[in-house]
Design a protein around this ligand. Structure first.
Ligand code: FEO
Length: 159
């Protein structure tokens, strides 16, 4: 059985994951409007992934005898600037999510809940990948130049 404190913390993270999902969906719409269909596709996939994180956390809570909640999700920003600025924001956001997950592990640890720590380590590892992927896209954008951006956009569309 999961403790109340940990249940609340995971429910807060579910809300944060849904916010991330909306953030990436908004970015996807923005890039589609800007004519970058590949980046829009990549961001839409990212949005789906964030929603999966939220639902996986909810399934975990229920499995442990807890209750999963869908709380109100704050409105996300819009208007993102250049191709590069969009992905710089993705990178910064993933670094922020890593901090949130680290804090959750700390709470699970203070509650002496080994199973939840183990469950959360999966997300800690995944954040390493998420940060690295976003950083690598930012790096490629810098190297691409104007013509290269069209190639990069096509590559992002293959996700
Ligand atoms: Fe749910 Fe991108 O981390």
């Amino acid at each position: 059985m999961i403790t109340e404190k940990l249940q609340k913390a995971i429910n807060d993270q579910i809300t944060a994951e849904l916010w991330s999902s909306n953030l990436y969906l908004q970015m996807s719409f923005y890039m589609e409007k800007e004519g970058w269909d590949g980046a829009a596709h990549w961001l839409a996939k990212q949005s789906e992934e964030e929603r999966e994180h939220a639902t996986d956390m909810a399934h975990y809570l229920i499995k442990r005898g807890g209750e999963a909640k869908v709380s109100m999700v704050d409105v996300v920003p819009e208007g993102w600037g250049s191709f590069s600025e969009v992905f710089e924001h993705v990178y910064k956001h993933e670094c922020h999510v890593s901090e949130l997950i680290d804090s959750l592990v700390d709470i699970a640890s203070s509650e002496k809940d080994k199973a939840t720590q183990d469950f959360l380590w999966g997300y800690v590892r995944e954040q390493v990948e998420e940060e690295a992927t976003a950083a690598s896209i930012v790096d490629k954008i810098k190297k691409a130049g104007n013509t290269g951006l069209f190639y990069l956009d096509a590559e992002l569309g293959k996700r």
